[in-house]
Design a protein around this ligand. Structure first.
Ligand code: DX5
Ligand code: ZN
Length: 214
């Protein structure tokens, strides 16, 4: 699988060194979690911090917006140099328009669904998006336990992608480690987001490698 370590679990006192570690690692992308304290019950970091991440990080940025009205920040996300901008299905009244705005800004468009949102609701947007991010925890915090029903959702999404002629990649976020990662890979996931499993590990390079080989 491709691996997108989540910066949320990094040591922010040593942000530069953490980014150097990512640059030298086997990671395919860097996952960036933006929270607003409204869509999710937590606040992470914002665009002033990402300005420095952009300067130091050599890997593509995979930006996950857990905010209401994400369409208001398309330009700000583009300024971070993001390769992918992912918005929540639950946060967008006019999701098709938001996806168009992301594409018009020159980024790949991702759509994320919470654990209680069924995969079938994505049917009419799948052909338009580059990535679907399945939340395998309730968004807002790192270090939570993987919700097992996500495996079945990956399988359903894999089938729906095939029947709708979509090219979307399947990314999974929350509680991913080598064990849950193995089940996800087998079910058809393309990208694993991993926060605590990578950054809190005593051997971070090995943690990334253990997901890469799945
Ligand atoms: C949670 C975030 C995740 C989080 C994952 O709301 O979207 O990206 O950083 O952290 P772990 O891998 O520790 O569950
Ligand atoms: Zn995330």
């Amino acid at each position: 699988m491709k691996v997108s370590p989540s910066l949320l679990s990094a040591d922010f006192c040593h942000l530069g060194e953490e980014l150097d570690f990512i640059n030298d690692s086997e990671a395919d992308m860097l996952h960036i979690d933006i929270m607003d304290g409204v869509f999710v019950p937590n606040i992470s970091f914002g665009f002033p911090v990402l300005k420095y991440v952009k300067e130091r990080c050599k890997k593509p940025l995979d930006v996950h917006l857990m905010i209401v009205e994400p369409q208001k920040f398309v330009n700000e996300v583009r300024e971070t140099g993001a390769e992918v901008m992912t918005v929540h299905y639950e946060a967008c009244v006019h999701l098709n328009r938001v996806v168009q705005q992301i594409h018009n800004a020159g980024m790949k468009a991702g759509v994320s669904i919470n654990p209680a949102t069924p995969v079938c609701l994505l049917k009419d947007i799948l052909a338009e998006v580059d990535l679907v991010l399945l939340m395998s925890v309730n968004p807002g915090f790192g270090g939570q336990k993987f919700i097992p029903g996500t495996i079945q959702k990956v399988k359903e999404l894999r089938e729906l992608i095939a029947t709708t002629g979509s090219n979307a990649l399947i990314e999974v976020d929350g509680g991913v480690n080598d064990q849950t990662g193995a089940q996800l890979a087998q079910a058809g996931a393309d990208i694993a987001v991993a926060g605590n499993y990578v950054f809190k590990s005593t051997n971070r390079s090995q943690a990334i490698h253990s997901l890469k080989v799945l």
